[in-house]
Design a protein around this ligand. Sequence first.
Ligand code: 5GP
Ligand code: MN
Length: 347
Amino acid sequence: MQIILAKMQREQFFEALDTVIQSPKRFAVVSHVNPDGDAIGSSLAFAQFLKKFGHEAEVMVSNDFPDFLAWMPGACNIHIYDKASETCDQILNVADVLVILDFNHSSRSGLIQETLNKLNTKKILIDHHRDTDLSQFFCALSETNVSSTSELVAEVVMHYGEQYLDESIATNLLVGIMTDTGSFSHSIYHSETLAICAKLIDKSISYNQIHQLVYDTFSEGRLRLLGYSISNKMEVLDEYATAIIALSKEELAQFNYQVGDTEGVVNFPLNMKKIRMSVLVTERQGIIRLSFRSKGNFSVHELANKYFNGGGHTNAAGGTLTCSLEKALELLHQVLPEYKEKLNQIG
Ligand code: 5GP
Ligand code: MN
């Protein structure tokens, strides 16, 4: 049944997309706040794909992306709303079509939300998050059972023909799939993901180089922060098969914190066999960010959604609180007993 629905959705999506890409248009491609490899990779690739059909396509995100993504083909042309809001608003206001990639609710667009909500422009969605309200989109390719939005964009490009897949598009999409699967260690639900990657690797710059450019770029401060987080700050709660790492503003500053430096820290506690959920709590400018990761069918999406104003996927989710770091940790400890049974289940 699910397969039939997915097939119908694709047919409808491609039929609608065909009508949009037939004649030259101005596209604004928007992705989520605190952009990651999938947000940047899928957006750049989709904009580059649109340009092949003679369209104008501008990519924008609310705030800057981490330095380890800055080398990506076309990244220097991305508009950052918190640095150039007027230009961004202008692009959004004159766009014929808005493309929403790697998020499904306007609240995830950060500072772009206000303008997005005002516009009546035709919207196209390509995304792998759950609970999408499809009614607001002209057409949508919304599937949760895929590794990443980049995988869906790869499918779109291939649908039109492999001749549209060039080195830049292939490289950007590989970054998206590689980062959203933790270098192919999770979120792989079918062999198609790897079949697509095989095609991308044939066209991209060297995969080894891509991996190195994304992952082997730590500053000394970042690596020491990782060591400190695990060695000094990791709280292991055996009773809940959970590990929590909390980092204050001062601690981040001590390691000369740069945007993206805590990326990946939350994954390490899961390396312990006994751990089912890992939570990283960081104090940012005026807010507390929480990052959740889990193994198996324990849904961090549910937890993040119910208590931490967030959500995401079964095994990776995020949330935000506007309180002190201490209060955030208090809340986290308070809600754990509700999940004790599920956290201690196998599977
Ligand atoms: P991260 O921990 O890397 O910030 O986020 C993990 C995943 O959770 C992301 O891929 C994103 O899809 C999702 N996510 C992160 N923060 C939020 C949030 O505040 N709201 C929702 N709905 N999803 C989030
Ligand atoms: Mn994603």
